[in-house]
Design a binder for this molecule. Structure first.
Ligand SMILES: [Fe+2]
Length: 334
């Protein structure tokens, strides 16, 4: 297998703010995983996306129903690990930089169990079959292994209406959903542009407001250990506030399109403004790796009859994302 067909290895070391769990279960794929196939999918066209929109997407897959991912043993281990990480979750209160109520991105820095789960080949192959495109664990550790918790303040939504900065992710329920009042995961049955226009917002960041009820779909989670998959850059979605205090933990593993030379909709320019420790170097690794793969592909496609203008266009095309990302970094104050 070519290197570009494999996920980029995790970076060596970890940012100082992340605390490593000293004791945790070990991940042996045969035991925690119990992958089952989804029974329902919705495609982007059904949500109103047009041919021109689909041409920009790696797949026409939009969203699936929830399917089993973890065994009972896997759920118990994942819940234990997520509860331990809660004490070292990201600081979000008061920064204004993040719409999430309470979360731990980069959970793979804290837990080997979560890192191995998100990095498992079995999981990537399973969700590639669902999405209809080859996917691997995301190169950016902040989003490769994310955990959402319910905020302490019951008036706050777990996550407000938004689209994701990565194209493909799973939302997996770690807590027992039968114990929850409120906390539903919902998506808008329409395009993101339509949903954003109804709420009067733009870009990726969210707002806690209501959309027409007949256009809102609630995704049922039969049990802990079930998760659904979405093309998150095109699904306008939210997690509602809890109506009663309860443990509500979801695990959000993210994926990127492979081989690394293929188009991928990860929004590095948006993510560069996140406050996660190490996020800019993580994104730089991602963009450099994918640009290198595009250049490698270009190298092998050069023909001695190619015109100077055509070559220039193709070189610029291969470099464009990295140049924009570097410009973005250069414009940041630190
Ligand atoms: Fe999301």
């Amino acid at each position: 297998m070519e290197t570009s067909e494999l996920p980029l290895p995790f970076p060596a070391g970890r940012p100082a703010a992340y605390q490593v769990l000293q004791e945790e279960p070990s991940f042996d794929p045969g035991r925690p995983l119990a992958l089952e196939m989804r029974t329902k999918t919705t495609d982007l066209a059904a949500l109103g996306y047009q041919q021109a929109d689909l041409a920009e997407c790696a797949s026409d897959f939009a969203v699936s129903n929830a399917f089993r991912i973890l065994s009972e043993e896997g759920v118990a281990a994942m819940r234990q690990v997520c509860e331990l990480i809660y004490q070292n979750r990201n600081a979000s209160e008061g920064t204004g930089a993040n719409r999430l109520g309470s979360y731990a991105r980069g959970a793979g820095y804290r837990s080997r169990f979560i890192r191995d789960f998100c990095d498992s080949r079995e999981l990537a192959e399973h969700i590639s079959a669902i999405a209809g495109v080859s996917l691997g664990r995301h190169s950016v550790p902040a989003v490769a292994c994310g955990i959402n918790y319910a905020p302490e303040d019951l008036n706050r939504a777990i996550d407000t209406w938004h689209v994701d900065s990565v194209a493909f992710d799973i939302v997996m329920m770690v807590s027992d959903p039968s114990t929850l009042k409120g906390g539903e995961f919902q998506y808008f049955h329409g395009t993101k542009e339509e949903g954003q226009a109804l709420l009067g917002i733009s870009g990726e960041e969210g707002v806690d407001a209501a959309l027409p009820e007949d256009r809102v779909i609630t995704v049922p989670f039969p049990e802990a250990g079930f998760g659904f998959m979405q093309q998150g850059t095109h699904i306008f979605h939210r997690a509602c506030r809890l109506l009663e205090r309860a443990e509500r933990i979801t695990m959000i593993p993210s994926f990127e399109v492979l081989p690394a030379s293929a188009p991928d909709a990860t929004n590095s320019l948006n993510m560069a403004d996140w406050e996660d420790p190490g996020i800019c170097p993580e994104l730089a690794r991602f963009e450099i790796r994918r640009t290198a793969a595009r250049l490698e592909q270009l190298l092998h496609s050069i023909d001695l009859d190619d015109s100077p203008g055509g070559l220039s266009e193709r070189i610029d095309g291969a470099l464009a994302r990295l140049v924009s990302f570097s410009d973005k970094l250069g414009g940041k104050s630190q």
